[in-house]
Design a protein around this ligand. Structure first.
Ligand code: TRP
Length: 340
């Protein structure tokens, strides 16, 4: 295989919620840039099996997958370079998950943050059953994630801080499997957390997050975008009074998109007492100018699901070519190979 020499970077994209400026700056943009590096083979996939843990509304699951795929394509993901696929198209993944489940200590899963948080919530609510409402999907989630990663022998897994534990669990499970079945069946993956990547604040000044309902979605209409930018929380300083850019969400959002010179210029305008209304107009104009082309592309893609389907099928084909070979090898390793 010609690809084996390249570093493999793999990450899963959650298919819940509507992508917002914070997702773009924190995850999508760096991933798309990284995928252009020809020394790297990147694997990006829609983690849609994962989405069933939180959402049992088929229409929402379906719509969200389409929107997220369209978003990545509209923002310029190069799908010739990166292998871009839907997790649920790779049926070898749940098969691998089962094999991994059979070597994964239950106690390891007891320590997973998401599970522990759910138990803590039950205890706080004084529910008799600490596992109330917790499915096997939520409990086993880190094993599914391990299967995603180990299937393609990823070296590096770019993730947010909250996911580091899951990568460590994937390493643990891989190590255990390698030990039990005496061989280097899996590469041990490493989490990559980029400290340079910016975390954006939202409309109310807290971290931009769908759980705070303070986001600016990437592809809202021009009008809606303007409305949202106007809602960004500022303070009561009047025009003419100098303003502090470093504690200002509006400035922070601008600087995540603008060049260093453009950002320096806004900084100067803050010092010179630009009014909030004028500053907001400027930020809106800037964002709108930069988002209007991908927004159009996005809208066109959403009208053409057959195109998106074809792109994902192509990605799945590339991914499965390898997954099928890997699973044959693993089946043989655990004693589930063919008789002849
Ligand atoms: N759980 C990850 C998140 O919430 C998404 C994900 C699923 C993932 N499978 C993965 C990330 C494999 C990296 C590798 O962000």
């Amino acid at each position: 295989m010609s690809q084996t020499a390249k570093t493999r970077v793999l990450t899963g994209i959650n298919t819940t919620g509507t992508p917002h400026l914070g997702n773009y700056v924190g995850a999508i943009k760096p991933a798309i840039e990284a995928s252009q590096d020809s020394n790297v083979q990147s694997f990006y996939f829609l983690a849609d099996y994962h989405s069933l843990i939180k959402c049992q509304d088929p229409k929402r699951v379906q719509q969200s997958r389409l929107e997220i795929a369209a978003t990545w394509l509209a923002l310029g993901l190069d799908t010739d370079n990166a292998i871009f696929y839907r997790q649920s198209d790779i049926q070898e993944i749940p098969e691998l998950m089962w094999m991994l489940s059979c070597v994964c200590a239950k106690g390891l899963m007891n320590r997973a943050h998401a599970y522990k948080a759910a138990v803590a919530e039950n205890e706080e609510a004084e529910n008799q059953d600490p596992d109330k409402g917790i499915t096997m999907g939520l409990f086993g989630y880190p094993v599914l994630m391990a299967a995603d990663i180990l299937m393609f022998n990823a070296n590096k897994v770019p993730v947010g801080r909250d996911q580091i534990q899951h990568i460590e669990m994937a390493r643990d499970i891989a190590g255990r499997f390698n030990h039990l079945y005496k061989g280097q069946h899996f590469t041990l993956p490493e989490a990559v957390v980029d400290d340079k990547v910016q975390l954006l604040n939202g409309l109310d000044g807290r971290k931009m997050s769908k759980s705070y309902d303070n986001t600016i979605p990437l592809f809202v209409s021009e009008k809606k975008l303007q409305k949202l930018v106007r809602k960004i929380k500022t303070n009561s300083l009047e025009p003419g009074e100098p303003k502090d850019p470093d504690t200002c969400t509006l400035y922070q959002i601008y600087s995540a998109f603008a060049t260093a010179e453009e950002t320096a210029s806004l900084r100067e305008q803050y010092a010179n007492g630009i009014g909030w209304g004028a500053a907001k107009d400027q930020v809106f104009e800037y964002l709108n100018a930069h988002l209007s082309a991908p927004r159009e592309h996005y809208n066109a893609l959403m009208e053409d699901p057959a195109h998106i389907e074809a792109v994902l099928q192509k990605g799945a084909e590339r991914a499965r070519e390898e997954a099928a070979v890997t699973m044959d090898r693993l089946r043989a390793a655990v004693g589930l190979g063919r008789f002849v």
